[in-house]
Structures are given as structure tokens and as C-alpha cells.
Design a protein around this ligand. Sequence first.
Ligand code: SAH
Length: 350
Amino acid sequence: MTKLEGLIREIIRCEGPMRLDRYMGLCLGHPEFGYYMTQEPFGEAGDFITAPEISQVFGELIGIWLASAWTMLGSPSPFRLVELGPGRGTLMSDILRASRVVPGFAAVADVHLVETSPRLREMQKTAVSRPVTWHTTIETVPEGPLLLVANEFFDAIPIRQFECRGGHWFERVIGITDDRLQIGLAESPARPPMPGGAVIEIDEARTAIAKVVGERLRAGPGAALVVDYGHLKSAPGDTLQAMRRHGFVAVTEAPGDCDMTSHVDFESLGGALARGGATVLPAIEQGDFLRAMGLEARFAKLSHAASPTVRQQLQRAEERLAGADQMGKLFKVLAAIAPGYPSPYPFESS
Ligand code: SAH
């Protein structure tokens, strides 16, 4: 049993079954035993690989998007360049390098990283070789013109789940049955009934963050880019998942030692950005976004000078990022901007 599981059992014994958002929050973020505090999540030897770790091209294209958005906003100086959940710091480092094609951008960027893990902050410090300010929440990022990016951040923010059984709604909770952590059902206030067995996910912690981003964009000028796996339209379904060594495990297995996420509901996230006051552009698939930003030309350029082995690696990376059966369709990209500005390429207003 992990140390965190011992602690969670203790809480359940004292207080009764635990809501999923609290469980997920402890698994990922407990200051001592949480996944992001203790584990090495990323890469072949870790539990999963994210787009910036697959290829530098991902961060380069995002850097070009952010720098172009900055130009479109009138090149505000200085401005806050903010990343939510920067992981190893690879994306920010690639953004700053690639954005040099837009003179002035990197020079006047005031970099703020929203990160809760001290371990990952250390890695970010090494990767981003310039002064940055860390925050545990977006609320403390100073106001002012904003360019914000979040890749695979919102999927790690805790959710709640509700299940409709026999016309009644229950909240899915973590309890102890047969001396094991198990998902159970707790009484929950009435909602309109749905067909048998339906599970819905409530992403209130995610939308709270998105609304703050929306408010910052309304105060403007600014733009935000959110990349994650998930669905364009809200729909019922259980998407909570735990991952270890590149494979799925039960969410109740080895809490604190596995990554835990759920798919992002882009309709809901977009709604929250709009409620905050931002103009939200309909999300598009990652493959379409990357190709529109010049994925193929960039990979072709890198391949040109490469050895046959490296060329093969590059080809695999390109397929992984944009292939329809890989990240290309499952991952979506959503942009939000300060009201009153034209839609930044390749997004189209609704
Ligand atoms: N963007 C990176 C890392 C994704 S993993 C990449 O694409 O590789 C999720 C990141 O969000 C980690 O850096 C994790 O420590 C951070 N994180 C998770 N929950 C957080 C929270 N509530 N507040 C701030 N950062 C959080």
C-alpha cells in the first residue's frame, strides 16, 4: 500500500467516503506524497509522453502562434507570458527560442509559470534559462497584457462524477469495501434523470480557472491557447483514467504513484472563458492546428540535414503529434482572445 493510500484510508475512516475531486487532488497534489511532487511522469522511462517532449516542433509552432497573436494585439510591452502546468519547462523553452523570429516578443516577455510541484519548478528553472516568477495559482499572476498557454494542464485538474441509476442521481465517491479502495455511490441532490447508468463529469475546478483567464483577457489585451485531449461538445461518459508506465490502471490502484486525468470538456471550458469576458474561438483538432502552423515544412527542414536514423525518428514524431490515430484528432486546441480583435490564424470566429 502506498503511503498516500494509508492516509486516504484514514480520512475515509474518520469522515466517510471521499469525493472524486478531493481524491484526485490528493493523488496528484498532496504536498508530500502526490504524484507530481514525487514521481518522474514524463518520457519513455516515465508514465506518459506529452507533445512538447515528443518534438521541439510542437513548442516552436506554439511560440510562433503566440508571437503572432502578440503582434496582432499591437505588440504590448511589457506583457505577461504565462504557462499553466509547465511540466519540465520544455514547451516554454521552445516558445522563447522560436519566437525570436518575431523581434521584441521574447525581450519584453515577463514570464510567469503556474506550478504547484517544487520538484518540477526546479526542472523548469533549468530548462527556461531566464528569470521567471512562479505561482501556485493564476490568481496571483499580475494583471496586464497576457499571452497564456496551457498544454495538458486542465486534464490534471480534479473533477466530480455523478451517476444516474434507476432514475436517481448519485455522486461517485471513493470508499473502502472488502479492505480495498473502491468507487461507490453516495446520495446526491436531484438532477433531471438520464437514461440508465449514465455518468456525467462536473469540471467546476477547471471552469473556475478558465473564468479567471477569461476575465484577464477581457481586461486585455491578450490571447490564450489551451491544448488537451478531450471532446468538443459536452456529453455523458466516464473519462477518468489513471496511467502508469504508458498503460492504464484502475484509479484506485497505487494512489500517488500513478498519473490521474480526465478528458477536457472544451464546450464547458469555452463557456467559462466566455463568461469571464473573453471572445472564444471554436476549438480545432491538434493535427489541423499544427499543419496550419507549418508542421510539415518545419519537419522537412529538420529532416533535410539529418541522418537516416534521425530522419526516421522525426517522421515518427510528426505522425505522433498530428496523425489521426495518434494525437492529431483526440487532442484539441482552443483559442480565446480579448474582445474586439480579429481571430488569430488558423481559428475562425463562430
Ligand atoms: N505542460 C506540460 C506538463 C503537463 S502535466 C507538458 O505538456 O509536458 C501537468 C502539469 O500541471 C505539471 O507540471 C503539474 O505539476 C501541473 N499541475 C497539476 N495540477 C496543478 C495545479 N492545480 N496547479 C498548478 N499546476 C498544476
